[in-house]
Design a protein around this ligand. Structure first.
Ligand SMILES: Nc1ncnc(-c2cnn(Cc3cccc(F)c3)c2)c1Cl
Length: 299
Protein backbone atom coordinates (compact mmCIF):
# COMPACT_ATOMS: atom_id res chain seq x y z
CA UNK A 1 0.00 0.00 0.00
CA UNK A 2 1.67 3.28 -1.02
CA UNK A 3 1.08 5.67 1.80
CA UNK A 4 1.81 9.37 1.38
CA UNK A 5 5.37 9.91 2.64
CA UNK A 6 4.03 12.07 5.47
CA UNK A 7 2.25 8.99 6.83
CA UNK A 8 5.38 6.95 7.22
CA UNK A 9 8.21 9.31 8.11
CA UNK A 10 8.62 10.48 11.68
CA UNK A 11 11.78 12.07 13.09
CA UNK A 12 13.57 9.64 15.43
CA UNK A 13 11.27 6.75 14.57
CA UNK A 14 11.47 3.99 11.99
CA UNK A 15 8.25 2.97 10.23
CA UNK A 16 7.87 -0.83 10.37
CA UNK A 17 4.30 -1.63 9.43
CA UNK A 18 1.15 -0.12 7.92
CA UNK A 19 -2.36 -1.30 8.62
CA UNK A 20 -5.30 0.16 6.67
CA UNK A 21 -5.69 3.10 9.00
CA UNK A 22 -2.77 2.82 11.43
CA UNK A 23 1.01 2.69 11.30
CA UNK A 24 3.61 1.12 13.57
CA UNK A 25 6.98 2.68 14.37
CA UNK A 26 9.99 1.71 16.50
CA UNK A 27 12.63 4.06 17.89
CA UNK A 28 15.41 4.64 15.33
CA UNK A 29 18.10 4.26 17.99
CA UNK A 30 16.38 1.96 20.48
CA UNK A 31 15.24 0.95 23.01
CA UNK A 32 13.88 -2.11 21.20
CA UNK A 33 11.07 -2.82 23.67
CA UNK A 34 9.08 0.23 22.58
CA UNK A 35 6.52 0.56 19.78
CA UNK A 36 4.56 3.59 18.59
CA UNK A 37 1.05 2.93 17.25
CA UNK A 38 -0.06 5.93 15.19
CA UNK A 39 -3.72 6.19 14.25
CA UNK A 40 -4.29 8.02 10.95
CA UNK A 41 -7.36 10.08 10.09
CA UNK A 42 -8.19 7.62 7.34
CA UNK A 43 -11.55 5.83 7.32
CA UNK A 44 -12.05 2.41 5.83
CA UNK A 45 -15.46 1.31 4.51
CA UNK A 46 -16.46 -1.44 2.08
CA UNK A 47 -12.83 -2.64 2.32
CA UNK A 48 -11.59 0.64 0.81
CA UNK A 49 -9.62 3.41 2.47
CA UNK A 50 -11.64 6.51 1.68
CA UNK A 51 -10.55 9.95 0.54
CA UNK A 52 -10.31 12.50 2.07
CA UNK A 53 -9.34 11.56 5.60
CA UNK A 54 -11.54 12.72 8.50
CA UNK A 55 -9.65 15.39 10.47
CA UNK A 56 -9.51 14.46 14.17
CA UNK A 57 -10.53 10.84 13.76
CA UNK A 58 -7.13 9.43 14.78
CA UNK A 59 -7.01 11.66 17.87
CA UNK A 60 -10.57 10.77 18.91
CA UNK A 61 -10.00 7.02 18.58
CA UNK A 62 -6.68 7.25 20.43
CA UNK A 63 -8.34 9.22 23.24
CA UNK A 64 -11.16 6.65 23.38
CA UNK A 65 -8.66 3.77 23.59
CA UNK A 66 -6.77 5.56 26.38
CA UNK A 67 -10.01 6.20 28.25
CA UNK A 68 -10.99 2.53 28.09
CA UNK A 69 -7.48 1.42 29.09
CA UNK A 70 -7.80 3.60 32.20
CA UNK A 71 -11.07 1.86 33.14
CA UNK A 72 -10.11 -1.76 32.43
CA UNK A 73 -8.63 -3.56 35.41
CA UNK A 74 -5.92 -5.46 33.53
CA UNK A 75 -2.27 -4.79 32.58
CA UNK A 76 -2.04 -2.91 29.27
CA UNK A 77 0.73 -2.16 26.81
CA UNK A 78 0.91 1.61 27.37
CA UNK A 79 4.51 2.65 28.02
CA UNK A 80 5.94 5.21 30.41
CA UNK A 81 6.98 8.22 28.26
CA UNK A 82 10.21 8.40 30.31
CA UNK A 83 11.19 5.02 28.84
CA UNK A 84 11.11 6.15 25.23
CA UNK A 85 12.20 8.82 22.77
CA UNK A 86 9.86 11.82 22.56
CA UNK A 87 6.73 11.36 20.47
CA UNK A 88 6.83 13.88 17.58
CA UNK A 89 4.41 16.77 17.96
CA UNK A 90 2.73 16.17 14.59
CA UNK A 91 1.29 12.83 15.74
CA UNK A 92 1.29 13.19 19.55
CA UNK A 93 -2.51 13.37 19.93
CA UNK A 94 -3.04 10.26 17.80
CA UNK A 95 -0.05 8.14 18.87
CA UNK A 96 0.05 5.41 21.49
CA UNK A 97 3.47 4.78 23.07
CA UNK A 98 3.51 1.08 23.86
CA UNK A 99 5.72 -1.63 25.31
CA UNK A 100 6.59 -4.17 22.62
CA UNK A 101 4.88 -7.48 23.41
CA UNK A 102 4.98 -10.98 22.01
CA UNK A 103 1.56 -10.75 20.36
CA UNK A 104 -0.70 -13.81 20.37
CA UNK A 105 -1.90 -14.73 16.86
CA UNK A 106 -5.54 -14.78 17.97
CA UNK A 107 -8.01 -11.99 17.27
CA UNK A 108 -10.12 -12.10 20.44
CA UNK A 109 -13.59 -11.23 19.15
CA UNK A 110 -16.55 -11.01 21.54
CA UNK A 111 -20.09 -10.67 20.23
CA UNK A 112 -23.06 -9.36 22.17
CA UNK A 113 -25.09 -9.25 18.96
CA UNK A 114 -25.10 -11.51 15.92
CA UNK A 115 -24.02 -9.63 12.77
CA UNK A 116 -21.24 -9.40 10.17
CA UNK A 117 -19.17 -12.55 9.67
CA UNK A 118 -20.78 -14.09 12.75
CA UNK A 119 -24.26 -13.82 11.25
CA UNK A 120 -23.07 -15.18 7.89
CA UNK A 121 -21.54 -18.23 9.58
CA UNK A 122 -24.67 -18.70 11.73
CA UNK A 123 -26.92 -18.54 8.65
CA UNK A 124 -24.82 -21.28 7.01
CA UNK A 125 -24.24 -23.53 10.02
CA UNK A 126 -26.48 -22.49 12.93
CA UNK A 127 -23.32 -21.79 14.94
CA UNK A 128 -20.40 -19.35 15.21
CA UNK A 129 -16.87 -20.63 15.86
CA UNK A 130 -18.39 -23.95 16.94
CA UNK A 131 -20.84 -22.31 19.35
CA UNK A 132 -24.38 -23.52 18.67
CA UNK A 133 -26.97 -20.72 18.75
CA UNK A 134 -30.79 -20.89 18.99
CA UNK A 135 -32.59 -21.23 15.63
CA UNK A 136 -34.37 -18.30 14.02
CA UNK A 137 -31.98 -15.48 14.88
CA UNK A 138 -31.93 -12.50 12.51
CA UNK A 139 -29.07 -10.20 11.56
CA UNK A 140 -28.41 -7.81 14.46
CA UNK A 141 -30.25 -9.77 17.14
CA UNK A 142 -28.84 -9.29 20.62
CA UNK A 143 -27.55 -12.55 22.17
CA UNK A 144 -28.66 -13.81 25.59
CA UNK A 145 -25.02 -13.84 26.72
CA UNK A 146 -21.95 -12.59 24.84
CA UNK A 147 -19.99 -15.24 22.91
CA UNK A 148 -16.23 -15.49 22.42
CA UNK A 149 -15.58 -16.06 18.70
CA UNK A 150 -11.84 -15.98 18.04
CA UNK A 151 -10.32 -15.43 14.63
CA UNK A 152 -6.95 -16.08 13.10
CA UNK A 153 -5.26 -12.95 11.81
CA UNK A 154 -5.27 -12.79 8.02
CA UNK A 155 -2.74 -10.99 5.82
CA UNK A 156 -3.32 -7.24 5.47
CA UNK A 157 -6.44 -6.50 3.48
CA UNK A 158 -7.88 -9.99 3.92
CA UNK A 159 -10.70 -10.79 6.35
CA UNK A 160 -9.69 -12.68 9.49
CA UNK A 161 -10.81 -16.32 9.56
CA UNK A 162 -13.19 -17.36 12.35
CA UNK A 163 -11.79 -20.32 14.32
CA UNK A 164 -13.14 -22.54 17.11
CA UNK A 165 -11.99 -22.21 20.69
CA UNK A 166 -10.24 -25.59 20.27
CA UNK A 167 -8.30 -24.18 17.31
CA UNK A 168 -7.23 -21.23 19.48
CA UNK A 169 -5.91 -23.81 21.99
CA UNK A 170 -3.80 -25.30 19.18
CA UNK A 171 -2.44 -21.83 18.40
CA UNK A 172 -1.51 -20.64 21.90
CA UNK A 173 -1.95 -23.62 24.26
CA UNK A 174 -4.73 -24.35 26.77
CA UNK A 175 -3.70 -21.95 29.55
CA UNK A 176 -3.33 -18.88 27.33
CA UNK A 177 -6.42 -19.76 25.26
CA UNK A 178 -8.49 -19.91 28.45
CA UNK A 179 -6.97 -16.67 29.77
CA UNK A 180 -7.70 -14.88 26.47
CA UNK A 181 -11.32 -16.04 26.50
CA UNK A 182 -11.89 -15.11 30.16
CA UNK A 183 -10.28 -11.69 29.83
CA UNK A 184 -12.11 -10.92 26.57
CA UNK A 185 -15.55 -11.86 27.95
CA UNK A 186 -14.94 -9.99 31.22
CA UNK A 187 -13.78 -6.76 29.55
CA UNK A 188 -16.53 -6.90 26.90
CA UNK A 189 -19.31 -7.42 29.46
CA UNK A 190 -18.15 -4.47 31.59
CA UNK A 191 -17.75 -2.23 28.53
CA UNK A 192 -21.12 -3.28 27.09
CA UNK A 193 -22.84 -2.44 30.40
CA UNK A 194 -21.11 0.96 30.62
CA UNK A 195 -22.00 1.80 27.01
CA UNK A 196 -25.62 0.72 27.60
CA UNK A 197 -25.89 3.24 30.46
CA UNK A 198 -24.95 5.89 27.87
CA UNK A 199 -27.54 4.73 25.35
CA UNK A 200 -24.94 3.04 23.17
CA UNK A 201 -24.97 -0.64 22.19
CA UNK A 202 -21.55 -2.30 22.01
CA UNK A 203 -22.49 -5.01 19.50
CA UNK A 204 -19.05 -6.62 19.22
CA UNK A 205 -15.36 -5.91 19.55
CA UNK A 206 -11.91 -7.34 18.78
CA UNK A 207 -9.17 -7.41 21.42
CA UNK A 208 -5.51 -8.19 20.87
CA UNK A 209 -3.31 -9.49 23.67
CA UNK A 210 0.38 -10.13 24.03
CA UNK A 211 2.87 -11.54 26.50
CA UNK A 212 5.17 -9.06 28.19
CA UNK A 213 8.66 -10.57 27.71
CA UNK A 214 9.91 -8.83 30.85
CA UNK A 215 7.17 -9.98 33.23
CA UNK A 216 5.58 -12.93 31.37
CA UNK A 217 2.15 -11.50 32.13
CA UNK A 218 -0.85 -11.35 29.81
CA UNK A 219 -1.25 -7.77 28.57
CA UNK A 220 -4.11 -6.05 26.75
CA UNK A 221 -2.61 -4.44 23.63
CA UNK A 222 -3.32 -2.55 20.44
CA UNK A 223 -6.40 -0.30 20.25
CA UNK A 224 -9.24 -1.17 22.60
CA UNK A 225 -12.99 -0.66 22.16
CA UNK A 226 -12.65 1.94 19.43
CA UNK A 227 -15.22 2.29 16.65
CA UNK A 228 -12.63 0.75 14.31
CA UNK A 229 -12.21 -2.39 16.44
CA UNK A 230 -15.87 -2.53 17.54
CA UNK A 231 -19.40 -2.12 16.26
CA UNK A 232 -21.26 0.60 18.19
CA UNK A 233 -24.96 1.27 17.60
CA UNK A 234 -27.18 4.04 18.93
CA UNK A 235 -29.69 2.27 21.21
CA UNK A 236 -32.55 4.69 20.37
CA UNK A 237 -32.08 3.86 16.66
CA UNK A 238 -31.62 0.13 17.25
CA UNK A 239 -34.91 -0.16 19.19
CA UNK A 240 -36.90 2.02 16.77
CA UNK A 241 -39.24 -0.56 15.23
CA UNK A 242 -40.33 1.92 12.55
CA UNK A 243 -36.90 1.71 10.92
CA UNK A 244 -35.68 -0.88 8.43
CA UNK A 245 -33.31 -3.51 9.77
CA UNK A 246 -30.45 -1.95 7.82
CA UNK A 247 -31.14 1.47 9.37
CA UNK A 248 -31.47 -0.05 12.86
CA UNK A 249 -28.02 -1.60 12.55
CA UNK A 250 -26.42 1.66 11.47
CA UNK A 251 -22.81 1.93 12.56
CA UNK A 252 -22.52 4.88 14.98
CA UNK A 253 -19.51 6.39 13.20
CA UNK A 254 -19.49 5.13 9.62
CA UNK A 255 -23.16 5.00 8.61
CA UNK A 256 -23.20 8.53 7.14
CA UNK A 257 -20.27 7.59 4.89
CA UNK A 258 -21.78 4.22 3.99
CA UNK A 259 -25.18 5.72 3.10
CA UNK A 260 -23.54 8.40 0.94
CA UNK A 261 -21.41 5.78 -0.86
CA UNK A 262 -24.46 3.58 -1.47
CA UNK A 263 -26.12 6.52 -3.26
CA UNK A 264 -23.04 7.77 -5.07
CA UNK A 265 -20.92 4.76 -5.92
CA UNK A 266 -21.66 1.54 -7.80
CA UNK A 267 -19.07 -0.26 -5.63
CA UNK A 268 -16.94 -0.81 -8.71
CA UNK A 269 -13.38 0.51 -8.74
CA UNK A 270 -12.21 3.25 -6.42
CA UNK A 271 -14.87 5.07 -4.34
CA UNK A 272 -15.50 8.76 -5.14
CA UNK A 273 -14.15 11.55 -2.93
CA UNK A 274 -16.35 12.26 0.11
CA UNK A 275 -18.00 15.71 -0.03
CA UNK A 276 -17.03 18.22 2.67
CA UNK A 277 -20.50 17.94 4.26
CA UNK A 278 -20.11 14.16 4.70
CA UNK A 279 -16.65 14.67 6.21
CA UNK A 280 -18.04 17.28 8.61
CA UNK A 281 -21.02 15.11 9.68
CA UNK A 282 -18.67 12.17 10.24
CA UNK A 283 -16.37 14.30 12.38
CA UNK A 284 -19.43 15.14 14.50
CA UNK A 285 -20.29 11.44 14.88
CA UNK A 286 -16.80 10.60 16.14
CA UNK A 287 -17.01 13.46 18.64
CA UNK A 288 -20.52 12.43 19.70
CA UNK A 289 -19.48 8.80 20.30
CA UNK A 290 -16.49 9.92 22.38
CA UNK A 291 -18.65 12.31 24.44
CA UNK A 292 -21.49 9.81 24.91
CA UNK A 293 -19.16 7.07 26.15
CA UNK A 294 -16.71 9.10 28.22
CA UNK A 295 -18.96 11.92 29.41
CA UNK A 296 -16.15 14.30 28.42
CA UNK A 297 -16.41 17.13 25.92
CA UNK A 298 -13.99 16.86 23.06
CA UNK A 299 -11.28 19.48 22.59
N1 LIG B 1 2.32 -3.43 22.03
C1 LIG B 1 2.54 -4.16 20.89
N2 LIG B 1 3.61 -4.99 20.82
C2 LIG B 1 3.84 -5.68 19.69
N3 LIG B 1 3.05 -5.61 18.60
C3 LIG B 1 1.96 -4.81 18.60
C4 LIG B 1 1.13 -4.81 17.38
C5 LIG B 1 1.48 -5.42 16.19
N4 LIG B 1 0.47 -5.22 15.30
N5 LIG B 1 -0.49 -4.55 15.93
C6 LIG B 1 -1.77 -4.18 15.26
C7 LIG B 1 -1.46 -3.11 14.23
C8 LIG B 1 -1.52 -3.46 12.90
C9 LIG B 1 -1.25 -2.49 11.94
C10 LIG B 1 -0.93 -1.21 12.27
C11 LIG B 1 -0.87 -0.90 13.59
F1 LIG B 1 -0.54 0.32 13.94
C12 LIG B 1 -1.14 -1.85 14.59
C13 LIG B 1 -0.13 -4.28 17.19
C14 LIG B 1 1.67 -4.06 19.76
CL1 LIG B 1 0.31 -3.00 19.85
Amino acid sequence: MNLPTSATSLAGWQHIYSGKVRDLFVPENGPDNILLVVASNRVSAFDHVLDPAIPGKGALLTALSNWWFSRIDMPNHLADPESAPPVPMEVSDRAMLSRRLEMYPVECVVRGALTGSGFLEYRETGSVCGIELPAGLEDGDLLETPIYTPAHKAPLGEHDENISYEQSVELVGPEVAEALREASLKIFTAARDLAAERGVILADTKFEFGRDPETGELVLADEVLTSDSSRYWDASVYFDASLSRADRLASFDKQIVRNWLRSNWDQQGVPPQLPAEIVSQTQDRYRELFTRLTGKNWG
